[in-house]
Design a protein around this ligand. Structure first.
Ligand code: SF4
Length: 378
């Protein structure tokens, strides 16, 4: 089957590279001169076999769940989007239910493939390999979380909110399966992007985590600071200085042949702090390193596939502002752009390839800052 995946990938037109990251809203901003809806994230399930301490949607995870909206309704809403370029499918664990994989996930991926739209799923890849093997021929990016240096980290972090003890042996088995699945999928030609958070647990050992990701054969290491959502609000927060140091450590010890993508950073070219600007300059100068502008609310909306509610992100505190039962997604996106929250971060400095801060970053570090009055200092 690995050869079959290879063949499919080789045939595909969907190569993702540092020069072509269709999730970055700066591409559509340059193309259209304004933000357009080019990306839709769909929450496919609230079921998951893990209960991670940092989970952005942890307080919505359940043991059983209702029926989803008819697939045709979602496909029709996707079809109406004039400039759709990417879809992302998230959860919970999107592959948790075999039925949902066959009846929903794969048809969505096939739709994307037929339209030349790139696709991503966010998975913990701890289930049986056959589940991922079935999806791989239709998928562009398998996005996983990897924040560990050994199985004990995984045990501690991955089941922190499970409400009952999970045996170490169970966690070790899942950890080993995750690593073996990542290796097999990448060997089969699937693009696997492993994301690590910079947080109180990882900031001092982020270079070690990076080495393991490189050894798993992942084609990309994605790095984001952790911003505690409601579910993870009790976790300690590291300061910007610690975060800067962690990024520098990572750059000093990285595998130079592995693409690194940084996102949702709290550093901007308009900062009065020279160290912030120096760090961004170093990131820009590093080969195979990219800094992605945040898609949430810039070129992307999130749809809950149980209710049809539409949000700006899958975990934001911003309430739903529409529903696919009654509204077209392009129209909802235009409505969102007039929202004061969207308008407040709608800055753009072309020379810095920056289109403003993520909403959580603004809220956490820059509440009083008027980004519309700032300019990149280059
Ligand atoms: S686009 Fe906004 S956040 Fe980015 S450098 Fe310019 S003013 Fe700062």
């Amino acid at each position: 089957m690995q050869n079959a995946i290879h063949t499919d990938r080789a045939r595909g037109i969907h190569s993702i590279s540092p020069a072509d990251d269709p999730w970055d809203p700066i591409s559509s901003l340059r193309q259209f001169g304004r933000h357009r809806l080019t990306s839709v994230e769909m929450t496919l399930t609230n079921l998951c076999n893990m209960r991670c301490e940092h989970c952005a949607v942890g307080d919505t995870l359940v043991m059983t769940e209702p029926d989803k909206l008819p697939l045709d309704m979602m496909l029709q809403r996707l079809d109406e989007i004039e400039h759709l370029q990417t879809i992302s499918i998230t959860g919970g664990e999107p592959t948790f239910s075999g039925k949902a994989v066959n009846e929903y996930l794969i048809p969505l991926l096939k739709y994307a493939r037929s339209r030349g739209v790139r696709s991503q799923i966010n998975s913990n890849i701890t289930l049986d390999y056959s589940r991922y093997e079935a999806i791989a021929p239709y998928l562009d990016v398998m996005h996983i979380s990897f924040n560990y240096t050994h199985a004990d980290d995984f045990h501690k972090v991955g089941f922190a909110k499970s409400g009952h003890p999970v045996a170490r042996e169970t966690a070790v088995r899942m950890y080993e399966r995750m690593i073996s699945n990542a290796r097999r999928l990448t060997e089969g030609g699937l693009f696997v992007s492993a994301e690590s958070m910079i947080n109180f647990r990882t900031h001092e050992k982020i270079a070690e985590i990076h080495q393991l990701i490189s050894q798993m054969g992942c084609q990309r290491h994605e790095v984001h600071p952790m911003y505690p959502s409601a579910f993870a609000a009790d976790l300690p927060v590291i300061n910007k200085e610690e975060m800067r140091k962690a990024i520098l450590r990572l750059l000093d010890h990285r595998d130079p042949s592995l693409w690194m993508l940084f996102g949702t950073l709290p550093f901007f070219h308009c900062s009065e702090d020279a160290e912030d600007r120096e760090l961004l300059a170093r990131l820009a100068a590093e080969p195979l390193v990219t800094v992605r502008n945040d898609p949430d609310g810039r070129n992307r909306l999130n749809v809950n596939l149980f209710t049809g509610d539409v949000f700006v992100t899958d975990f934001s505190d911003v309430p739903a502002f529409g529903n696919i039962g009654t509204d077209r997604l392009d129209e909802l996106f235009e409505r969102w752009l007039t929202h004061p929250l969207a308008a407040g971060v709608n800055c753009h400095c072309p020379a810095a390839s920056c289109c403003g801060p993520n909403l959580l970053v603004k809220d956490m570090y820059y509440r009083e800052v008027d980004f519309l009055a700032r300019k990149a200092i280059l």
